[in-house]
Write a protein that binds this ligand. Sequence first.
Ligand code: ATP
Length: 449
Amino acid sequence: MLQWLAMKHRMSQNDLLRRLPQERLSLLRELGNLADEGGVSLYLVGGVARDLLLKRETWDLDLTVEGDGIAFARLVAHRYGAGLAVFERFGTARLAFPDGLKMDIATTRRESYAQPAVLPTVQPASIEEDLTRRDFSINAIAVQLNPRQFGRLLDPYGGQRDLQARTIRVLHGGSFQDDPTRIFRAIRFEQRFGFRLERTTVRLLALAASTNLIQQISGPRLQNEILLLFAEHDPVRTIARLAQLKLLRFLHRRLCYTTKVKRVVIAVPKAFAWWARRFPDSVIDRPIVYLMALSSQSSPVVVAAMIRRLALSRAQAKNVNAAGRRVDRALNRLTNKGTLRPSQVYRLLTDFLDEALVLFLAKQVSAQHGMRLSLLKQHLVAYMKNRAIKTTLTGRDLQAMGLQPGRQYKTILGKLLDHRIDGMITTEADERALAHRLLKKAVQQGRSE
Ligand code: ATP
């Protein structure tokens, strides 16, 4: 009887891995055999195990080895002709298989935190200890892959129970102290799966958020957490949740989350939808647009400090800097009555990146002024077409016409482009004639000065 039960148990565990596509399943079986050959225990661990239990599609495979993970990764790379990057310090390796599959292979480890919020010291340890260092019970699940234990589930913290109860639970009271990025991770999983934070967990989270722990997270790590949150499928709800838990102040303590800001944030998905339909080739950094919307009513000083705090890249910073007054000023000119020439629209928009153009839309959608919104849309459509227009003449041609190098190159080429955009000239000959006229004028002006 007991044997039958054990078999039934094993069967159902095997079923879990059968949820993987056939070729992944075969690969995992082969890797299990390889692990036996190498004398190590091999597990599928963390998010992959969780996603399998949730019947969600999972892309990358995270494996962990009780033994030498790097040596095992080398073996796998050699056997499958996969690309290999090794991170000796962390005992991890990343494999890129010829078919595009990415796989992380780690060594089971114990972590100790010398101080809160800094990266931990790492030592090899058993799989049980490895699961103990994880963030939440639902991420502390492993599935063994060695042939005789193929499909054996290790779930020491009740991860399956919490998945069923749709709950996010930390493993111990000091979890957020050890690593405050888990505060944002908790919200990421809560929002992604539509789960709730378990009662003690939410209390611990609020407690950790009331201290200055989050301030100790480095800029790049905080940026990573925030942008990952904004990359989830419903950042509008996520932002509301961050506000509810008083976490937005960690971007900047004076970040304004007013009703007006909320409206802009809520309008962002609509703006994305219109933009993607109209300009499918434009690749938008979506998370940054939410950050732009969120800081769109804050003062330049606050925005500059937020950019520094999050260690944003140059392009990200350019976008976020533009999101406030610069967008408002240009938006005002674009949507006020009075016709604008296509070249004027071009000049108003050309210094903005595409993310900012999406924010123009979101701001106008949130203003609920139908006529202005359709005017803006018309301008955007025209601008996106016109920005591909180039002049045939270049600086070299102006030089050949006798113009000395200087500021006037930009002015004259700019005028040629404006005339092209406005359809007033269409050929190279037109451009040359106009350039000659402008050159003559410039020479006359130079003489009279
Ligand atoms: P996603 O689907 O977003 O990739 P994931 O759970 O796979 O989610 P990763 O950031 O790839 O998340 O991490 C893989 C696993 O590593 C997690 O499931 C968790 O077990 C562990 N982990 C990651 N970050 C932490 C952390 N800050 N503290 C503790 N454990 C972590």
